[in-house]
Design a protein around this ligand. Sequence first.
Ligand code: SAH
Length: 332
Amino acid sequence: MEFSMIKEILAREPKYRLVQVNQAIFSDLAESWDEVTALPKKLRETLQAECPLEINAELSLSDDKDTAKALIRLADGKFIETVLMRHEDGRNTVCVSCMVGCPMKCAFCATGEMGLLRKLTADEIITQVLFFSRFLKKENARVGSVVFMGMGEPFLNYDNVMQAVRILNNPECFGIGARHISISTCGIFDGIRKLTTEDIAVNLAISLHAPNDEVRRKIMPVAEGYTIAELLTVIDEYIAKTRRKVMFEYLLIDGVNDTDEMARELATILKHKLCVVNLIQYNDTGAFVASSHNRMNRFKEILEKAKIEVTMRYRFGRDIKGACGQLATGRN
Ligand code: SAH
């Protein structure tokens, strides 16, 4: 889906055509220009030839139907994955990719093993949301929130990610509120700083996964370039400027980062911060063993006793390899 090209074509047309086209793409969720009968036939044909609305994707559904994963084929033949999570309360969240692969090489993540093949354009990012908007329309449901937690590091593709965010947020397009859009980063300082200057107040999540540099450096190569103390200073500046709560993601790996002592260490470094810790059970990628439920509960308890707000992420889609860290198309 090439929205930028559509805009170029419409620049030669009267202004109201863009309104009609936005309506067709984002509200009516047309899957082909043939359906958009409000437009003159000739324009429809041009659009069909130059920027078709069809999305080339294969869908897998988890057994419990909570999760759907789409393998999307891009124009250059590369593949990405996108996940739809259906929450019990009826909300629907799309987890989008921002790269084909990822250069960060986190030891626990299957996407990292692919390396970076290329970054996605804003069009390719929003195509993923469009795909699931169309899917949900058949049940009269809609996409309520979007998280940048699929393949890739959003802050190493900052401009395209933010352009996608603007289209997601635009009331004439998806109209998804900023509070329902989250960007997750492994901790790229430039991106965190730049985000404070944006006029769309999206949520920020930081993949921390360790309470000290020694442990973090073992599992996240990005941590070799700076200390957690420096990262937390950048986050303090972010919080001071935005007054927005930051989410720290912490995946629990057996024997690596899940001891009582590490929970206490984590509580100490996050004390008095405007934040929430999201504990995630490690999803198997073959590299480590997940912490037990008992261990996770104990870790949570220690943080809570220290007055740290904690959530535990509901796990989606393991049976279709659609859970965090499991996205690796095997097709590129
Ligand atoms: N690159 C971004 C976003 C992508 S991953 C980032 O690093 O934040 C989304 C989240 O899933 C991150 O917190 C990531 O560390 C986590 N994750 C990666 N592999 C995982 C695995 N095997 N099990 C559980 N969570 C994982």
